[in-house]
Design a protein around this ligand. Structure first.
Ligand SMILES: NC(=O)c1ccc[n+]([C@@H]2O[C@H](COP(=O)([O-])OP(=O)(O)OC[C@H]3O[C@@H](n4cnc5c(N)ncnc54)[C@H](OP(=O)(O)O)[C@@H]3O)[C@@H](O)[C@H]2O)c1
Length: 273
């Protein structure tokens, strides 16, 4: 059966898995164990951030899994406390130390800040020095993104954004792609808001393939070429969330899910930048 590949190629040629593990509210031993379990289940992308205060545990989970470092795609993000070129440079080294690694596969600016272009210079430098394999941004909406492109020099390879069945961002995905920026979805299950897992349309479509509503929601995104990073601390759900590559939604089913789009954020803080 024709299906989407399990990875995409970023604008600089680096391969990024389409499904990864989000770690936003995982802490301590639970974080280490979840990362380790996820890798055992086949996850090859782990998403963390300085803001999550769990980089050490994520690094430990990768180490504990026994997998070779170069087989895991590791993302971290630098945020507002490092709001200058110098501070961002230091923050990158701090992240790498905490993660127990010499490089991140993807380094992101966590949010749009006025100092973003200056901070991004440190990311560009990290890319040149081999401390990052790819660099990008997160939470840059259309307005911020267009402004950023004028100053950044190296176009971001990724923009990680709130994206799920209730906020689908088709036009922005197209615009990003025109500039070589891949869209990655945070909260691909809407963080549980709006009950994606119990949604009737998703459930009914999923049943046709022996899949859950959550799997259908994730499949909808990866079938659009959007990388997703669902978070779960439950082994069964971890297994479920990555098991989305053996079925394909029809055009009609894609249209039915498209009709769920409310075209607005579920997270008002994203509008406060
Ligand atoms: N760049 C940014 O600003 C930003 C912002 C937010 C998030 N993120 C990243 O994106 C990742 C994912 O987003 P998120 O964690 O906010 O939300 P999410 O992945 O959309 O949803 C996570 C929630 O869904 C539940 N869940 C997971 N799999 C499920 C399934 N198969 N069926 C039913 N419920 C399921 C989880 O509960 P259990 O854990 O109990 O299973 C958890 O409560 C984060 O962890 C973080 O890495 C980035």
């Amino acid at each position: 059966m024709e299906s989407v590949s399990k990875s995409i190629i970023l604008s600089n040629g680096v391969e990024m898995p389409l499904v990864g593990l989000g770690t936003w509210d995982l802490r301590g031993q639970e974080c280490t164990d979840t990362v380790c379990t996820a890798i055992g289940l086949g996850y090859r992308l782990i998403d963390t951030a300085q803001m999550y205060d769990n980089e050490r545990e994520v690094g430990e989970g990768i180490r504990k899994s026994g997998i070779a470092r170069d087989k895991v795609f590791l993302t971290t993000k630098i945020y507002r406390i490092s709001s200058s070129y110098e501070k961002a440079k230091e923050a990158i080294d701090t992240s790498l130390q905490r993660l127990q690694t010499g490089y991140a596969d993807l380094l992101l600016l966590h949010e749009p800040y006025p100092e973003g272009p200056e901070m991004y210079r440190a990311l560009v430098e990290a890319l040149a020095q081999g401390k990052a394999r790819a660099i990008g941004i997160s939470n840059y909406d259309e307005r911020w993104y267009r402004g950023f492109l004028e100053h950044c020099g190296t176009a971001p390879a990724v923009n990680q954004l709130e994206t799920h069945v209730f906020f689908q961002k088709w036009d922005f995905q197209r615009e990003l792609a025109e500039h070589g920026t891949a869209m990655q979805a945070w909260a691909p299950l809407a963080q549980g808001i709006g009950n994606v897992a119990g949604n009737e349309v998703l459930r009914e479509i999923g049943e046709r393939y022996g899949k859950t509503a959550a799997q259908t929601a994730l499949r909808f995104l990866v079938q659009r070429g959007i990388s997703v990073i669902p978070k779960s601390s439950h082994t069964e759900r971890l297994r479920e969330n990555i098991d989305i590559f053996d079925f394909e939604l029809t055009e009609e089913e894609m249209r039915m899910i498209r009709a769920l789009d409310r075209n607005r954020t579920l997270f008002p803080w994203t509008e406060e930048f």
